[in-house]
Design a protein around this ligand. Sequence first.
Ligand code: PEP
Ligand code: MN
Length: 263
Amino acid sequence: LASKDAHPQPSVVNVSGVKIGGGYLAMIAGPCAVEEPERMHNIAKAVRTAGANIFRGGAYKPRTSPYAFQGHGEDGLKLLREVGDAHGMPIVTEVMDPRCVETVERYADMIQIGARNMQNFVLLTEVGRTRKPVLLKRGMSATVEDLLMSAEYILSQGNPDVVLCERGVKGFDKVTRNLYDVASVAVVKGLSHLPIIVDPSHATGKPALIPPCALAGIAVGADGVHIEVHDCPEKALSDGPQALLPHKYAELMVQLKGLAALM
Ligand code: PEP
Ligand code: MN
């Protein structure tokens, strides 16, 4: 179902009015985690003004340590919904547990499956049963074929709205957080009709590398970019060191729009 043989034209996924694929770009931005209300409104206002069309934030965070901040849960979902509505953006947020799919579905416009859960087949089946678009992130050790087979789990449940995301794979060099596999976007374009976006934030882990890598993603044919933005990265509850400041995001958006206009 994910293959071009099944569907030769590029699919366009509609996230509460925002189209992704077939020439339409997803500009997803927001903090890693849902944080306090004032901060969320500030970040949303800044990214919306810069041209973001979908707001992100995690209410359930996959953390390496069980003692690290785990997210605000349903309260976080409520706040994200409120902030998205206030600033006119649909929202995307991660679900990690099949038992939470119903709750996340109630608040979100798009459901994110994180890299760590790309092969959680029970979770994929559950989100496949919903009628919400799914943002499926590539696992850190997953091949392109693994990614497409995971999409197949969702599609085969009757949910046709899957957007893939290249977010870097495990590399050997600590100079970047992950190894940004920008070629995978072109590979996916050759195999599948599904939209694919890039996440240079998690791929590189370094704010200075986000703009060039976001541009590279669009240049290679990605259907959008997913970027973590925070107004005070030192105080961020998660992924602060890789957050882009709002004014840097606005600068990048000007460049991205210029590049997209040439394509
Ligand atoms: C995230 O989007 O904040 C996240 C945890 O991403 P990934 O699953 O790609 O690590
Ligand atoms: Mn993050």
